[in-house]
Design a binder for this molecule. Structure first.
Ligand code: CUA
Length: 158
């Protein structure tokens, strides 16, 4: 069978990129332990308020973990609890969030924090706040009539 030269180049390129992308995903998942958010922990959305850690939303110092603080959020139409939080500059923070009703977003403007909050699931993201300032938390999943008003603030101070 004759395969045209350009066809061969194109096939080689296609297979090489496929192998490359699968390697990147493989190394990321199995070696570096990266996982998509919202796949590990489940929660009964009806009982969010009474379950740890969502019974105490906000910033809490933790001991003996790879992060210094946990920052817990409960989202519901159309607000976040807490509405405002102060985080010490340079703190390594694990953000833990869930929703009591519908799907909400959790995007912290100006950072790479961007999670989808799904009812029944716990979303987590660990990050270090190393620039002082006020960060706006916005909902980027359409959740109803007051979706555009749904926000919270993270204040990073020294
Ligand atoms: Cu919550 Cu949009």
């Amino acid at each position: 069978m004759h395969i045209h030269k350009f066809e061969k180049i194109w096939l080689t390129f296609g297979i090489a990129t496929l192998v490359m992308f699968l390697s990147v995903v493989g190394v990321s998942a199995f070696y570096m332990g990266n996982q998509p958010p919202s796949c590990n922990l489940t929660i009964d959305p009806e009982k969010v308020d009474t379950q740890e850690p969502f019974d105490k939303p906000g910033l809490t110092k933790v001991e003996g973990k790879e992060w210094d603080y946990q920052l817990v959020y409960v989202a519901s139409a159309f607000s976040y609890n807490p509405m405002k939080v102060q985080v010490p500059l340079g703190a390594k923070v694990k953000v833990i969030a869930t929703t009591k009703d519908v799907i909400h977003g959790f995007q912290v403007a100006g950072t790479n924090i961007n999670m989808m909050l799904e009812p029944g699931y716990v979303s987590e993201f660990t990050t270090t706040f190393d620039k002082p300032g006020e960060y706006l938390v916005v909902c980027n999943e359409y959740c109803g009539t007051a979706h555009h008003l749904m926000q919270s603030t993270i204040e990073v101070t020294e």
